[in-house]
Ligand binder design. Structure first.
Ligand code: ZN
Length: 207
């Protein structure tokens, strides 16, 4: 999909979307090896490693896009992400019960609320335990959602760090690293934002 094709799809879903060059995004940073391979959720974290790729639900985004539904498969994906040089993670928040249901993407997936995608065979606490057992990280996100836009970043090896002025960060270049079907992944991203009543406002970063 070209950036313009992605814009056109978003416009057809009732979003506003524009393409911006990376030179116009002054807080775009290179990913580093201490950064979590973490959720697109814009809230601040209790973990210091924020310069890793932002993916739907962290490692859950790979599992869901590939329709890997079981714990063993999840563990394999944690290994795969670590082998690729990233720090695999999932998250919860301070409000949800159980806490790992605080990931909006996992919650929608696990409740079978994402069109065309069956729920995984495990719950949020089993998923958290599997990720930790395979050497991954669990982070707790702070406070409430207040994202004002969705950054869809196509510049390989770069990301945006969470900040108080929240935005969803979808490092879509990750689809290339993990051979994910791009339309499937981006449709899941759009559905997730829409079902969380997030902002239907996107900026695509190219460069
Ligand atoms: Zn999440």
């Amino acid at each position: 999909m070209t950036p313009q094709h992605i814009v056109d799809v978003l416009l057809s879903r009732g979003w506003t979307a524009e393409i911006v060059d990376k030179s116009q995004v002054n807080d775009l940073v290179e990913v580093d090896s201490a950064g979590l391979f973490k959720c697109v959720d814009g809230r601040l974290s209790d973990h210091p490693g924020m310069r890793g790729p932002k993916v739907l639900g962290g490692v859950y985004g790979i599992a869901a896009t590939r329709q890997v539904m079981d714990l063993a498969g999840l563990g394999n994906i944690v290994d795969e992400v670590a082998q690729a040089g990233y720090v695999p993670s999932v998250h919860g928040d301070q409000h949800a019960h159980p806490a790992p249901m605080g990931c909006g993407f996992f919650k929608l997936w696990s409740l079978g609320e994402l069109p065309g995608l069956e729920a995984p065979s495990y719950d949020s606490e089993q998923g958290q335990s599997q990720v930790l057992g395979a050497g991954g990280v669990y982070e707790t996100l702070e406070g409430d959602h207040s994202e004002s836009k969705v950054m869809i970043n196509l510049v390989a090896g770069t990301t945006l760090e969470p900040k108080t002025d929240q935005r969803f960060v979808v490092d879509a270049w990750v689809t290339g690293v993990f051979d994910l079907d791009v339309p499937t992944y981006l449709t899941l991203a759009a559905e997730t934002v829409e079902r969380l009543n997030g902002p239907k406002v996107a900026q695509l970063i190219v460069g």
